[in-house]
Each structure stands twice: as C-alpha cells, then as structure tokens.
Design a protein around this ligand. Sequence first.
Ligand code: MCN
Length: 778
Amino acid sequence: MGEYGIGQSVSRFEDPRLLRGAGRYVNDVSLSRQTYAYFLRSPHAHATITAIDIAAAKAAPGVLAVLTEADVAADKLGTTKVALPRKRADGSPLFSRPHPGLARGRVRFVGDPVALVVAETLAEAKDAVDLIEVEYEALPSVTDTAATVLPGAARVWDENPDNVSHIFETGNKAAADAAFASAAHIVKSHYVISRVFAQYMEPRGAIGSYDSSDERYTLHADVQYAHRVRDMLAQNIFKIPETQVRVIVGDVGGGFGTKGWQYVEHRLVLWASKKIGRPVKWCCERSEAMMSDEHGRDVIADAELALDADGKFLGLRVHTISNVGAYLSSDRNMLATFGSLGALVGVYDIPAAYAHLTVAFSNSPATAPYRGAGRPEAIYIIERLIEDAARQLGMDRIELRKKNLIPPAKLPYKTPLGGLNYDCGDFPAIMERGLAFGDVAGFAARKAESEKRGLLRGLGIANAIERAAGPGAEYAELRFSTGGQATLLMGTIHQGQGHETTFKQIAIEKLGMAPSDIRFVNGDTDMVAFGTGTNGSRSTVIGGTAVTMAAEKIIVKATKIAAHLLEAAEADITFADGKFSIPGTDRSLSLKEVARAAFAPNKLPKGMEPGLYETGTFSPSQDTYPNGCHVCEVEVDSETGQVTIERYSVVDDVGTVINPKLLKGQIHGGVAQGLGQVLMERVSYDPDSGQLLSASFMDYAMPHAAHFCDIAIESRPVPTKLNPLGAKGAGEAGTVGALPAAMLAILDALAPLGVAEFDMPATPDRVWHAIQAARPAA
Ligand code: MCN
C-alpha cells in the first residue's frame, strides 16, 4: 500500500496551509468594488407586517439599495420546491410553503429576513437597517414540537389549520399490531430529542457578483454542494441555463449537514449585485446564524416494543413528530424527518415494525440534516427502548441485546421498515469486542470506587448502525499536465474532513504517484464538471470510487502508450508502484514519463488521441451500513447534578479504512457532537412569546475539551462488496452511537435514585431537578 496509500495514517496534506492561517474562507474573499449586505430580521416569532417604511434607510450615508419582498416579487425571483410526493392523513397532497426570500406580509420566526440593505461599508449597512420602520401586529406563535399539533395551537399558516404538513408511514402496521397482540410484554416510552444547531466555526457567508458583459452570476459561498447550489439558482430562482451561474467554494469551516443549498442569502446577494452593478458581500454573525440557519433534530417519539416471555423482540411501533419550522422549502428540509425511520430497528432482528411520522410546522427556522440526519434519533429511540425493557422486565440489558442481534448468517437483511438492506457486518462480534474494549467487566469495581467518593456511576452501551453513502452519483477527474503532474478534481466539497488527503491516498494507491505530484481541486463549478456534494457520509465511498474509476482508465490508456514506447505487447506490460515494466527485463517507464509522452503525438500509437485526462462517475446501487458498539461511563454528583464523562470507547466497522488517523478524528468529532447534545446543547424558545432564548454562546452551551475524556476508538472492518474500495461511510457514525450511549450511562447512574425518565440535555439543574422529583418515589 506504500507510505501514502490506502490504510496509512497519513497526516493531512491540507493542515500546514490551514494551520498557518492560509485557508481561504468566504470572509477572506474580497472582490474589486465590493459592497456589504446586512439583513433586517424579524424580532417577532409570528406577526403581520402592516407597513414598512424604507425612506430614511434609503437616504442614509453609503446606502446603495434597500430591498424588500416587494422588489423580490417585482423581479419575479423564483423559489425552491418540494418534490417528494407525500400526503396528509386525509390523502390530500402535502402542505408546503417555500421561503420567498424576504418575508411576504408575515414574519414566521424570530430571525425571518424582512429587508436587505446594501451599502458601501458594513457599518453603513447596519446603521441603515436601524432606520427601517416596520409596523408589526404580533400574532400567537407555537414553537414547542408537542404543542404544534394540539387543538387550538397557533396556526403557522392560516390555510393549514392543524400545522401538519404531511404524514409518512413505513413498515407493516397489521403485522406489527399482530405481534403486539401476541406479546408477553409490551414496553412503552416517550422520548424527546431536542433541537440543536451545528455551530460551525465559520458562520455562513455569501458574495454575489453579476457580470453584465457575459450575463453571468458568480457566487462565493461556504456550502456543501457547489453544483446543487448552482443548479437551484439557475433552475428555480433566476430561470436561466446553469452555464450562466458559477459557484465557488473555498475552504469551509465546518458544515455538519447544515450548510445546505437552499439558503435565501445566496440568491439575494446575486440579485442585489445585478441591481447595483457591484459585488455584494454578506457574512453572517454568530447570533444571526443561531436565529436564521437551519437547525437540527427536534423530534418527539412515542415508541413501544413487544417481547415474548424469553425477551425475544416481536414487534416495534413508533410514532414521531418532527418539527420542520415555519417554511418547508424543499425535500432537504424533510430528509432528517423520514431519515430517522428506516433504522429504527437498529441492529436487532425485529420481525414486525411500523413507524408513523407527523411533520409539523412551528414558528422557528427550518430544520434540516445535522450530522446523522435522523439516524442518531433512530438509534436513540431503539436503544432507550431496549434499556427501558430490560429495566422494567428485570432482564440483563447486555443479554437482552445479544439475544436479539441480527446474526451474520441473516445478512443481507432487509429491515421490516422498508428501504434498508444491511448488506454485511458482524454485529455480535462488534458488540462482543465493544464490551471488552470498553472493559465493561471492570465497571462494577469502578462504580464501587466512585461510590466511595460519594458519586453515582453509570454505564451506557449502544449498538449503532446507519445508512451512509446512499445512491446518487459522484464525480472525479484526473487531469495530467504536459509535465506529468496531475490535478485531481472532485465533485464533493470538504468542510474539514480531510478530503484532499483521503482522495489523494486513493489516487496514490492506484497510480503510485508522489503526493506532491497531485494537486487537489474541489468547489468550483467552472472547473469541476459535475458533483452532488458532501452529505450523508458519502464522499469516501462514492467520490473515492469515482477516483478509482478515473485512475483505472488512466492506467488503461497509459499502458497502451507504455507498450508502444517500450516496443512490447500491451499484455506484456505490468503496472505497479507507478511504473510500467516488462517483467523479467530492466525496461520500465514511470507514469510521469508516460504522461509526458501522452501529449507528444509522435510518441503515441497510431490513431491514439493525445492527452491524459480521465473521469469517473460512480452511482452506488444502495447505501452502505457502518455500525459500531459505543460504551460510555459517567459519574453523576447527586448533590449538584453535575455529569462527568469518565470513559468512552467505540469499536466501529466502516469497512475498509482509508486513513485510520482521519477516521479516528471523524469518530471523535462525531462523538463530541453527540455528547454535546446529551450534556448541554439546546436551541430553546420561550413557549409564550416564541422568542429565541439561546441566541448567543452565553445561552447556547457548547462543550469544551474539558467536558470530555479520552475517546478510545478501534476499527473492526467488514469490507462491503458494494464498492471496489470495500469502504462504508464514517463521517456521522460517531454521533449516531453517542446520543444513546451517553444518555443510557446517565440514566444508569440515576436509576438507583428512582429516576426512570429523563430527556436531554443533562445539564446540572435538569439532572438535579430530576433527582429531587424522584426522591419521594425512591
Ligand atoms: N474515512 C476513512 N475510511 C472510511 C470512511 C471514511 O478513512 N471507510 C475517513 C476519510 O478520511 C474521510 C472521512 O473519514 O475523508 C469522512 O468520510 P465520509 O464518511 O465519506 O464522510 P464525508 O467525507 O462525505 O463527510 C460528510 C460527513 C457528514 S455527513 C457530516 S455531517 C460531517 C462529517 O462528515 N461534517 C463534518 N464530518 C465532518 N468533519 C468536519 N471536520 N466538519 C464537518 O462539517
């Protein structure tokens, strides 16, 4: 595999540049004659706009434009659309309303954009925003998920009285009902998976530039999907050919699923640029991001598990309500809602299952995929339900899990919830190794030791599985230059995952080149022919396979050239470690030499087209299924409610590991995001006024390094046959297991005090109150 090939813990090629501060993020981009945009956003959760007076703002120093929904409508800017054919309970089509760009007559959440000011400087734009007079008539609002569907709840849309956009069902209800009818035990619970926000290091930004000479829009933005943003702008918003839009994505300081393709700011800066004839730059501020970006999760679930007398699972029924915020702009806002359903059975053999999803509106920003996009929610629900079952029925939680794991012999396994086909894996072996790696056997002694110090200790074990790298094409191109170096162009977009390193490793494995001979490019729709982008832990599997395909095509052509130059038959040429050779002789040519020759027509076989550039476009037949066993131990101080993560370990199966060091970083980061949600993070709204209570880091608690312990990670790969690399997706795996593992550890610690039900976040005051509430019962 060589020093830089697949399986090596290569240090990231991109890091020297990033660590020296030489990264190029949106805010680093400045265009000639650039102007600055600032948004006026709604201070109300729900209100009618009765009047807007922009006269004073327009006359303010430095102001170039003050734009409202009237301008959007006059210029007939389009909107995104929902395409999925979902239905409401009565069979009528789904109810959706895309965001119009700037609020139309009503504001529907705190932060809803109302007007856009463009000025010579940011300070002038901000000052002018303060001069816009808006008269609002406040309306009742609803933000709490459970409250959205209660009779009498405030209506987010007048024409949609029950706030339900649509419902979605999967599985076999009759079979599940029959399983419950025959069950010896039924365990029921209600779980709340709170609303959180990705909190990337780099808040979003967008610079729009319109070139009237070739009637082209160029957008610089930190998005996960350059080509999809381009296509959306061209097809939905401006209704022009995609060739008239260019999207450039530089370095991205975190995306986590939330830097999507439909944000209104992208279209508005381009539109404003055309109007004023100069580039328009908008960079979001932290508090603005918290109120206007898409949020994640926000699901409540009523779940029930049917078991026979021996503890074998017979059936699962789950009803969830997903809060999608005020606007449903596209299928993207729905991905996490139904994405949670398929994996509800986890790694367990449950013969009959049925899930019912209600998608509800509220006066809040849209929700959308956030690391895991529904899968952490699903595994949280099934693992908590199993734990509740073990506790209520007096069964051993480890034995109960083991008894119900899907055995390898049953793979491939189609889950009863439809659409999922676990192709490979060894769930019992992963769990067994997970228990040993987490030293579960030593837990009792550690618990006794904690107790000596007056602390409660809890153990959480969660088996995670997720669908990753689902169908959808991805693109790679290897473009050699006349000097024999190559440029690797990718349709995916890195946001911190280390794609340059990962994809170079795959190319190096195939082509045996030196890393310095490969230049990496992503994120420019004019340079890269096609791309779907980065989400759903798809880049390594799908993009990496596309690199493999392109490299194999390079070898095919280069072998022909090498044979011609070495005056040998093609069949006599072998290619290894970057060299074409004739075995048994000392005659060989490096790929670099062959690449140079490829551009010299006189050195090529007769009739061959000069040049050496090949593409690969891969579309997998189905998802991969990374899985793992997470073991977490916490200490809880019952006097203060303080929770400390004491031990955390993961044994994962992500198939072939391309880069063990980067993979560990991914699992580590994913676990940290899961722990953050369980311990402290939460977007919260005042239930009466709908005001955002967590609009800054003073109120939205982010975990620090000190909140974690070391996270031990071990890989036990079962390579998949679904792609030539044998790889499964990995970027979200850590989060999927962390949510349940951490919460189960906390509940285990609190169980002796009689706390049976508890929802995230486990902040000290909430834990303390749960302990106080349980005390009389205990
Ligand atoms: N990897 C590996 N072997 C595998 C699979 C992955 O070595 N079999 C390593 C590779 O180094 C690869 C990385 O893990 O570059 C992530 O690979 P992959 O699972 O393909 O995920 P993507 O590259 O498609 O990234 C998306 C995924 C998602 S969906 C979220 S959300 C997320 C995540 O990645 N957002 C991130 N990780 C993030 N990490 C950072 N720093 N920033 C984000 O915004």
